[in-house]
Ligand binder design. Sequence first.
Ligand code: HEC
Ligand code: HEC
Length: 367
Amino acid sequence: MSTLGWKIGKVAVLVVALGGLYALAVAKQLEREDIRQSPVVLTPACAEKLAKYGLVAGATYQSPYLLKHTGMAVATTGYTEDDVRAIQRGCNIIDDTQGRQAQSVAEERWNATRFIRGSHVSCNHCHQGVGDKQDAEGNRLLGSLSLGASWVMADMYDRFTGLLLPFELRQMQCYINSSNGYKPNIADDLIRDVTAYTRFLSAALGLQIGVSYEEQGVDEIPASHTGKQGDDYIRGEAIYRAKCQHCHGAQGHGIEVNGHLIGPAVAGPNSWNMQSRNYFYYVATILPGFICRNMPLGAENTLTNQECRDIAYFISNLPRPAGDKQGPLVALQQQALMRIMPPLLRLTDAAMERKHPEPRQAPAAAR
Ligand code: HEC
Ligand code: HEC
């Protein structure tokens, strides 16, 4: 073959390869467009929430919640059919990030699990009430990590990075650290739909840009707001055993029954990592604040500040995944600890029981 023929051949191969990739990208785009146009099957919690806020397409939008709570009928710009579907998908993603209630995780949740390492994490575990936790009267709650209130912080100064972070980047942080996962692209549908939903929440609740609300973020608990007895592992463990273990497990690995989570992991492979703001040694005020305001589920606000600090300290001493900043050696060490500790502890527990057997049956007279 002549050199010219050889050259043309090489170029042809390149063109076919690149053309193939291009065709694949176009096909993927079309697939995504299809998903965007498909009707959304809401999770029960989202169906209830969005019905309560009267989400329908139209030229104007009026929030029934605002009318009820302020007596004022305020009409704002309405939503298109496209907007409504994005809001609905965003709500589903917060409520059911892992797609446990979806027919197809890839389609209905934009394959969100590709950005999360463990099998437990759902945004709703920490941003409760589908990012909008309220009491029975519809009052928003102090330190409930409300996503609607968070949206109106707009480009928020972030004291940990020293940067002004837009809402999209703050979502990304939660994938990387609180979900021990990977960073979605800033323009990913996953991020955009959640942004659409949270923006809708802020409109439905009548929240104003730049205003601080008590439901925004965590009601942080510094040591100065306690009995100043120091954070105590032993006290923390005792309260954890009494008040948390039956839902979150003896080692904090969470409890799952028939695919249903009784409580998600607070330590171990399915939990947040050492670079998360929930990790006591990184930020000591956030996890205690979360626990005091949002746990034990169903009995919130029953623990003292000191108790929450103690439990948070205990939880943070259980092995969990390393974050990006800890490097490969710590990552390896944590993986080893997470896998070796639980069976070892089960062994010592069993040995203890043989030494000091607990009475299996209460005496008849005491019953
Ligand atoms: C393990 C708990 C946890 C999980 C799971 C979690 N988050 Fe967060 N998230 C937090 C905490 C704690 C903060 C507040 C950090 C701070 O105050 O600096 C936060 C902050 C945010 C913020 C910034 C707003 C604010 O109030 O500071 C956004 C947006 C966000 N999370 C979105 C998400 C999304 C989306 C998911 C699901 C992929 C998710 N989060 C999962 C705990 C969690
Ligand atoms: C009745 C069961 C139950 C009890 C008791 C309970 N939790 Fe939870 N916990 C849950 C559930 C369920 C969630 C997920 C939140 C949701 O779905 O609303 C959760 C979420 C959490 C989270 C954040 C999400 C995550 O991924 O870890 C932490 C931290 C937590 N619990 C700590 C505690 C602590 C500490 C106690 C004890 C003081 C406690 N919980 C008691 C059921 C429980």
